[in-house]
Design a protein around this ligand. Structure first.
Ligand code: SIN
Length: 535
């Protein structure tokens, strides 16, 4: 089966939906999403969107805070772009129906989060992502030129690799003409062909045992792009959110940094504040500092969690500002207005991804990327809180502009063969998939977490190469399923994170190694870049 459209968008988070809305003005759009359309990292975002919207804040300060958090690796031009364009995108989101929380006086109720020196986070209480997703989905529903395909997971990007008689080419002249996509319900692989393909598949938190990300976050876009030969950057910078609920059944439920912005204090089990000893901004220090401090306190004291205390604030205002967190904690019998919340860090956001330029273009012609899947240069070695939704909307618009430009160049799609699964069989061995997934997650959490070392990284890489090879062999023999596609992608992601971490022989931002505990500007004040050899 073959579906052809002007544009193919893969992923239905804020980046994919925003981009599709821009594209629909110029052509028809196929939007594929691997579960239900609202299932995305965006949906889980609590904090909000950073933007300069108050008279006491400035673009220069937001740029400075972002650059400082990014520990020398942010691309200034990309940072300036998102910061300066921020307010217009917030107003655009309001136009499509997002009701950001306002004070009684009618001004935005701006919050503060770690690393921000001003109040600048617009939010919808503590469920910003959910409301954004809802408004964008409503707008997409009203667009007749966007066709959404739910329960469709992309397996691989279609490039020169798939043409009947491949010509020898170098990486600089690869093209993308769409993707092979599994319709999980019908169990068939469809060729989705397009003049431009936009990846907005989100992050890869599922490569770790404990993550704030939903099950869908298996790094599909990054893994597919790597296999296709695209340039990938900075995968060593996995951000661990300092505060997720510590409870066996809570699935690393996020306790937004906005809670600390609201005055909450981090405490040890015996009730002592400890962040003052680590950073002048104490509990509101950038995330890498806070997550590492918590990790250190836990190891030093042999405790399983630290505590976040907001119980000294007026209960009614806490309930009204954080209804989602209040209700969720109550489910686990924790009343946040009366007692401190047990918290631990968990994998949260990938600052690395598919290398893109200011126009959202990747190193493969016809392939664009926006949102967490992309490494735009905004986040450097550590993302400043609440900059990601902003980055997604800004670069979604750029991706759409570039895709329309491609459409006008009259791209010719060559003859693409149908999916070939001859010689594969329906496996009965699905236990291999669940086992391998656990093994990858455990290995990554134990060896490639907040604190790393050469020994752990080298051991992790040799184990992962073996697991990756076994998965690839199984994949080649087996009829493809959603779980197998995700497992294969997780194996690629794990190897990318470890390989990038091994290349960075210093500590910077989110990458901390006991073997090189300081930054080394002479050698490493640059992005880590990794690329598979061309066909
Ligand atoms: C949070 O609410 O703490 C998460 C926001 C973000 O990751 O930027």
């Amino acid at each position: 089966m073959k579906i052809e459209s002007d544009f193919l968008v893969i992923g239905s988070g804020i980046g994919g939906l925003s981009c599709a809305l821009h594209l629909a003005k110029q052509g028809n759009v196929s939007l594929v999403t691997k579960k239900e359309k609202a299932d995305s990292n965006t949906n889980y975002a609590q904090g909000g969107i950073a933007a300069v919207l108050s008279e006491t804040d400035t673009f220069e300060q937001h740029i400075k805070d972002t650059l400082e958090a990014g520990a020398g690796l942010c691309h200034r031009d990309a940072v300036e772009k998102i910061v300066r364009e921020g307010p217009q995108h917030i107003h655009h989101l309001e136009e499509i129906g997002v009701n950001f929380t306002k004070k009684k006086t009618g001004v935005y109720d701006l919050a503060r989060e770690g690393g921000h020196k001003a109040y600048r986070i617009v939010h919808v209480k503590d469920h910003t992502g959910r409301d954004l997703e809802k408004a964008l989905l409503n707008a997409v529903k009203a667009e007749s030129r966007i066709k959404v395909y739910e329960n469709h997971i992309a397996i691989d990007l279609i490039t020169e690799h798939h043409i009947f008689e491949p010509q020898p080419r170098d990486q600089a002249s690869l093209h993308c003409w769409g993707a092979y996509v599994l319709d999980s319900k019908a169990e068939v692989v469809v060729r989705f062909l397009a003049k431009a393909t936009i990846l907005s598949t989100g992050g890869c938190g599922q490569v770790y045992l404990h993550t704030t990300n939903p099950d869908i976050a298996s790094g599909d876009g990054i893994a597919m792009s790597y296999r296709a030969g695209a340039r990938i950057a900075n995968m060593e910078f996995m951000q661990f959110h300092p505060t997720t609920l510590y409870h066996p059944d809570a699935n690393s439920f996020l306790i937004s940094e906005a809670v600390r912005g609201y005055g909450a204090r981090l405490l040890t089990r015996s009730g002592e504040e400890f962040m003052q000893g680590y950073h002048p901004m104490a509990s509101l220090a950038p995330r890498d500092v806070v997550a590492r401090a918590i990790d250190n306190e836990l190891k030093k004291r042999g405790d399983s969690c630290v505590y976040l205390d907001i119980s000294f604030k007026d209960p009614e205002s806490v309930r009204s500002r954080f209804p989602n967190i209040y209700e969720n904690c109550l489910k686990y019998k924790i009343d946040i207005t009366k007692e401190p919340i047990p918290v631990v860090p968990a994998a949260h956001y990938s600052c690395g991804g598919v290398r893109t330029g200011l126009d959202s273009a990747t190193s493969i012609s016809g392939l664009l990327a926006c949102g967490e899947v992309a490494c735009t240069g905004v986040h450097g070695a550590n993302r400043l809180a609440s900059n990601s939704l902003l980055e997604a909307v800004v670069f979604a618009r750029e991706a759409a502009t570039k895709a329309v430009e491609l459409l006008r160049t009259n791209v010719q799609i060559p003859n693409i063969p149908p999916w070939d699964d001859t010689g594969t069989f329906n496996s009965e061995e699905w236990v291999l998939i669940s086992h391998d997934k656990k093994e990858i997650q455990t290995l990554m959490s134990d060896y490639v977490g907040i604190v790393r070392s050469n020994l752990r990284l080298e051991r992790a890489l040799s184990r992962m190469r073996l697991i990756g090879q076994e998965i690839e062999n199984f994949y080649k023999r087996t009829k493809v399923t959603e779980e197998l596609v995700e497992l294969r992608n997780l194996a690629t992601i794990a190897q990318l994170i470890i390989s990038c971490a091994l290349l960075r022989k210093e500590s910077r931002g989110l990458h901390f190694t006991t073997d090189y505990q300081k930054p080394n500007d002479d050698k490493f004040l640059k992005d880590t870049s990794i690329q598979k050899s061309a066909i």
